[in-house]
Design a protein. Structure first.
Length: 359
C-alpha cells in the first residue's frame, strides 16, 4: 500500500518539487507533487509561521525534511588572508592545502554544529509525526573556476534585487567588503568537501538524537571524486537540478513509499554518507578502527577564528551594554542613598528641635 510523504524544508527542497511563494506572503499550503509526495509550500526565505504550519500538520505523517546545507559556503567561500585546512575523520586520505593553517577538526565541528541547533529544536516539535526523515544535502561542486563564473554572472543579475539565498548573500558580502569576485581566493574544493562531510555527519547525529532517520544524498549523483556530478548542477553555488531531485525522490520512495518502509541504516548503501574516501588508493577503504588524526592546536589568525570573531564582537557589545546598565544602576543607587541620608538628617534635626522646645 502506498504511503503519502510530506516534503518540507529550505531551498534544497525546490529540486524535489517545492516552491517558494515569495517573501511578501505568510501563506502556507500543501500541494501534491505526485502519487506519493506532497510539498509544504510557503514564504521564502522560510518564516516561523512556515515551521509552525509544519508542526501543526505533521500528526501521523511521514515527513521528509531538507535543512539548510550551504553553511560551509556561507562561512568559508572566500579566503581571509590565509586559508585553513584540517584532517577530516570522514575523509582521512584527503590532501591538505599546502599553505594552509591547520585547525582542529573539533573546532570545525563545533562551528557547524551551531547551525543545527534550530534543526534539533524543530525535530523535538515534530514528535507527533509518524516518521521524520532528515535528508542529506548535496556535496560541493568541485570546480572553483566554474563557480567563480557563476558568481560573476549572478552578480550582474543581482543588482537591486532582494537578498534571499546564499548566492545573493555572498554577493552582498563581497560588495560591502570591497571584495573583487574576479580576484578573491576561493576556499579549496577539497576543504569544502571535508566541511560538507562533517556537516552530513552532524546532521545524521542530530536526526538520530531525536529518533529521526537520516537519508544520505544519493551516491548515484556523486562522482568518483566525491563532488556533485556536473550534469546535476543548477546554475548557482550549491543547488541541484530537477533531474537530481527526481533521483532523490525515487530514493525516498524506495525506502519509505509503502507501509513497511526499509530503514536506510539497514542497507549498506546508506550506512554513511561517505562509503569510501574518493582520495583513497585504488581498492582501499577507510578501516572502521582508524583513529582521528591529531592536528595543530596553534590556530593563530586562521580563517576559522576570524569567522568566529563576529560572535565574539557581539558578546562584547552585550557586555558593554550590561556594564552601562550596571553603571546607571549604581548611579541611581547612590542618588537614593543621598535622598535617604537627607531624609534621615531632616528627621534627626526635627527630633532635636522637638527636644529643645520647652513644654
Amino acid at each position: 500500500m502506498i504511503q503519502r510523504i510530506l516534503i518540507a524544508g529550505h531551498s534544497q527542497s525546490f529540486s524535489l518539487g517545492l516552491r517558494g511563494l515569495g517573501s511578501d506572503t505568510e501563506a502556507v499550503e500543501t500541494d501534491p507533487i505526485d502519487d506519493v509526495f506532497s510539498g509544504l509550500n510557503g514564504p521564502f526565505p522560510r518564516t516561523a509561521g512556515y515551521w509552525d504550519a509544519l508542526v501543526a500538520n505533521c500528526r501521523d505523517q511521514v515527513v521528509a525534511l531538507t535543512w539548510q546545507g550551504s553553511q560551509h559556503y556561507s562561512h568559508f567561500m572566500f579566503v581571509d588572508e590565509r586559508p585553513f585546512d584540517f584532517h577530516c575523520s570522514q575523509l582521512p586520505e584527503a590532501p591538505l592545502v599546502p599553505d594552509a593553517q591547520l585547525v582542529p577538526e573539533r573546532m570545525v565541528r563545533t562551528l557547524l554544529a551551531r547551525s543545527l541547533g534550530s534543526l534539533s529544536a524543530l525535530l523535538a516539535r515534530l514528535s507527533d509525526a509518524k516518521k521524520v526523515i532528515v535528508l542529506g544535502t548535496p556535496p560541493p561542486k568541485g570546480d572553483n573556476a566554474a563557480l567563480r563564473k557563476i558568481l560573476l554572472k549572478n552578480s550582474e543579475e543581482q543588482t537591486g534585487k532582494e537578498i534571499v539565498n546564499l548566492d545573493s548573500g555572498l554577493l552582498l558580502k563581497a560588495s560591502e567588503d570591497g571584495i573583487s569576485l574576479s580576484d578573491v581566493r576561493l576556499t579549496a574544493s577539497t576543504v569544502m568537501l571535508k566541511l560538507w562531510s562533517e556537516l552530513q555527519d552532524l546532521m545524521q547525529e542530530t536526526a538520530h538524537n531525536h529518533d529521526a532517520d537520516f537519508l544520505p544524498f544519493p551516491h548515484s549523483l556523486i562522482g568518483p571524486d566525491g563532488f556533485l556530478r556536473r550534469e546535476y548542477w543548477a546554475q548557482d553555488l550549491t543547488h541541484t537540478s530537477r533531474e537530481a531531485g527526481s533521483v532523490f525522490l525515487d530514493e525516498i520512495r524506495n525506502y519509505y513509499g509503502d507501509q513497511s518502509p526499509r530503514q536506510p541504516d539497514d542497507d549498506t548503501h546508506s550506512k554513511t554518507h561517505v562509503q569510501s574516501s574518493p582520495f583513497a588508493p585504488q581498492g582501499s577503504a577507510r578501516g572502521a578502527g582508524e583513529t582521528r588524526p591529531q592536528t595543530s592546536q596553534n590556530v593563530g589568525m586562521c580563517s576559522l577564528a576570524l569567522h568566529q570573531q563576529s560572535e565574539i564582537d557581539q558578546l562584547k557589545v552585550e557586555i558593554n551594554t550590561l556594564n552601562k546598565r550596571l553603571g546607571r544602576a549604581h548611579e541611581e543607587a547612590a542618588q537614593l542613598k543621598e535622598v535617604v541620608r537627607q531624609l534621615e538628617t531632616k528627621g534627626e534635626d526635627h527630633a532635636a528641635g522637638n527636644q529643645a522646645r520647652p513644654d
